[in-house]
Design a protein around this ligand. Sequence first.
Ligand SMILES: *Cc1c(COP(=O)(O)O)cnc(C)c1O
Length: 469
Amino acid sequence: MASSRSIPSIDLLLKREAFVQLIDQYGRSLVVSAVRQAASQWRATVSQDADQATPAPDPAAWLELHTAGILAGDTIPSLAPVINATGVIIHTNLGRAPLARAAVEHAAHVGSGYSNLEYDLHAGDRGSRHVHAERLLCALTGAEAAVITSNNAAATLLVLATLAAGREVIVSRGELVEIGGGFRVPDVMAQSGAVLREVGTTNRTRVTDYAAAISDRTALILRVHPSNFRIEGFTERPALSDLADLGRRFSVPVFEDLGSGWLGLPHPTPWPDALANEPTVGQSVKAGVDLVAFSGDKLLGGPQAGIIVGRATLMDKVRTHPLMRAVRAGKMTYAALEATLGLWQREPARAQIPVVEMLLMPIAHIERRAQALADAITMKAPDLRCVIVDGMSTIGGGSAPQSQIPTKLLALTSAARSATDIESALRTGTPPVITRIQNDAVLLDLRTVREDDDVLLERLVSAFGVSER
Ligand SMILES: *Cc1c(COP(=O)(O)O)cnc(C)c1O
């Protein structure tokens, strides 16, 4: 005879009102599979309670609850927004550049319907996606032509494959870098089919080193922005213009992987000192570099994309290479990129790009926000101690190496809970808040927190600092 711990048949269960509602919401097949999972959980836990000391719950009610839980868990996206309180502006693990509102809206607008992605409205005929964003990129960088790819790694691979497969690429030994996340210059080179020709030494490479390596096997001179690392002291690398002159003299194109894609356009409030030596795309074009590749979602502040700008004759070859099809960008990327470039174009609109806003945020403003947050937290959660301390925000994303901007940090401590405890509670909350720990304090840098999120952040922090007494 069935004990109180055995469960009704699935057919019977599914007739119950709660399950009918779940089927309306999720469809029959998902519900059936979830109810089977819940039933096996029941068998593994409740019905194994051998001594039956605890009273058995009603199996149908138990299964309703657990099935609903399984369905909810299985159908929420795993990708979700987080609050970045680390102060790292281009945070590689947290999705790099946040998009401007105009970029999000344009992507949503274009993406939710049909578009002229590959349709020439004037000719009424097939067009090319390559025209989008090109005019703006040329205007902003001084280049003749532009191409968009899925990311900068793809852009670099594409250029190398197009211009140098089976032939030699000359690179300084000081620039054979790993950018992080598996982007190693020698490996990308190998994948493109190009042959690496190293010149110079780790710390010093001269134009004459490049010149001596040029032969009839040479396809390209490659320059790489060392991004996330810096060689200090006795160092030398040729000026870009000297390298470009050399290339022109021997009819060897010069290609630069610039990484961060800093435009460095003039702004009424000066850019942070940390960017003073960050090379700009415009400088490379002006110096005579033939092709320049960079990311769309680093200092440009746009969507994940690779951008190649440079000479039209070379760009035609890049566009028609078979790899182009494999690394091209989608319509949402073009839309978000064009909108971001549109903001760059209009000086008064530039600060609407979140990366620009964070770079330019005055320290006094950050301090005011931190103080307001501290006051609200201390009022609600007397167990928490808040102090405002000096600190550094980091630009990140392989921009100027170790480049930092002075900031004010909210340092959080509690007599009742350890810093690691607070850090992990914040990190696993909804939404997650990412912080860092230093000297047993949890540090929050509001430079990278959207101002709209200050109130939410205050609630999240206060919530677990409220005295339990
Ligand atoms: C960031 C970076 C890359 C990789 O760019 P992705 O957009 O991440 O593919 C390549 N080269 C340099 C110099 C970089 O800084």
